[in-house]
Write a protein of this length. Structure first.
Length: 387
């Protein structure tokens, strides 16, 4: 199978399986006598472990093989979804969250690192941005379809546990496909210590990487607040149950439109202008949340996810060709880990604001984060041609 086709196929299976399971996982857990407090503890454990495992997973990917690491991530994801389907005791759910953290960390940058490091010529490397954008368009379109189907079947009282088992089966298929098809790539550096040294050198010695890091950190921070804010505002507006799944499908539509828009960013000519466009779009989307009406909430969800749908394809398609292929997964994981640490602090502050203050105070805090990211990237982003 051609490398490009395998990349798109693995990305699609991963996305569909995750969308299928994540659409019902927390509803299923809460329906089985697990309290919001217990769920909060479980998700916090998962988030902390993901950050701890993020950078080591990149080192592992470069050391043993990027596609092997992706396969391990898919295996961990299958356990993350199958364990709650079999038993919802707190201990079993805690173990599932540990596997969930491992899968998130092992997925981070492994498949993209394999794609970048398997390219040998400049012509091949120039094809990476187009391939990532194409993959993103396909996976977000599939997500819309899956969430709509999930909303329909859950409305008909279809078994949540069967949906979770199907999701787990999808990840097993992705794991086997990654193991038995295509050539793997790994670094020629001989020890993990060298990978650590070179990845830190790569990220901290090149100024061109930092605007992308600020964009990633801002996006992660805003997204973590968005997840809390979205749930709180949906409750206030009376949106819940299967209707919330339809709103999530609308969010997926926004991601799809964002992926489509990414391919048009060349019209803004250079990377600095693209950064400005992304930040302005994200700020506008959060301003639309302020009136707190159902219609504007839905429009804001769509606008926010269009902005979010632009960020990752833009980030990966422009940062990947810049990275040394010997430490590509380590470098991506290091950037993700640093950004995730900042996102944790933003989440803590955002959750406190939601708990003790109004939604509008939380909104203003989020807009301040976006304005800070906008100013930093405006001052530091290169005016080089966009990929």
């Amino acid at each position: 199978m051609k490398k490009s086709n395998l990349f798109i196929l693995l990305s699609s299976i991963t996305t569909v399986s995750a969308a299928f399971g994540s659409g019902v996982l927390y509803a299923y857990i809460l329906a089985n006598s697990v309290s919001y407090v217990e769920l909060g503890v479980l998700t916090s454990v998962m988030l902390i472990l993901t950050i701890i495992l993020e950078y080591p997973s990149g080192i592992i990917a470069d050391y043993i093989g990027r596609k092997k690491t992706y396969a391990l991530g898919a295996f961990f994801a299958s356990l993350f979804y199958i364990l709650p389907a079999l038993n919802t005791s707190f201990i079993i759910l805690l173990i599932a969250m540990i596997f969930g953290a491992a899968c998130d960390a092992f997925f981070s940058g492994s498949l993209e690192g394999w794609l970048q490091s398997s390219e040998n010529s400049d012509k091949d490397k120039n094809s990476i941005p187009a391939l990532i954008i194409k993959s993103r368009r396909i996976t977000t379109a599939l997500t819309i379809f899956v969430l709509l189907i999930t909303g329909i079947i859950t409305k008909r009282n279809f078994s949540y546990s069967i949906i979770l088992l199907c999701s787990s089966a999808g990840f097993i298929a992705a794991c086997l496909l990654a193991v038995f098809t295509g050539n793997d790539t790994k670094s020629e550096l001989s020890t993990p210590a060298l990978l650590v040294k070179e990845s830190f050198k790569e990220i901290f010695s090149k100024k061109a990487h930092w605007p992308f890091f600020v964009l990633l950190a801002t996006a992660f921070s805003v997204f973590s607040i968005y997840c809390l804010f979205y749930q709180k505002m949906a409750e206030n507006l009376g949106l819940g149950g299967s209707s919330l799944l339809y709103v999530k499908a609308l969010a997926a539509l926004g991601l799809f439109l964002g992926a489509l828009l990414t391919g048009k960013l060349k019209k803004v000519k250079n990377i600095k202008n693209a950064f400005i466009f992304i930040y302005v779009l994200m700020i506008i989307s959060w301003i639309l949340f302020i009136p707190a009406s159902s219609i504007l909430f839905i429009i804001a969800i769509l606008c926010y996810n269009i902005a979010a749908g632009v960020v990752l394809p833009f980030y990966f398609s422009n940062i990947l060709p810049m990275l040394n292929k010997e430490i590509v997964s380590s470098a991506i994981s290091l950037l993700n880990a640093l950004a995730s640490v900042l996102a944790v602090f933003a989440t803590m502050i955002g959750s406190c604001l939601l708990q003790y203050y109004s939604l509008k105070i939380c909104l203003m805090f989020t807009i301040i984060i976006l304005l800070f990211g906008f100013i930093v990237t405006f001052l530091t982003a290169p005016k080089k041609d966009i990929k």
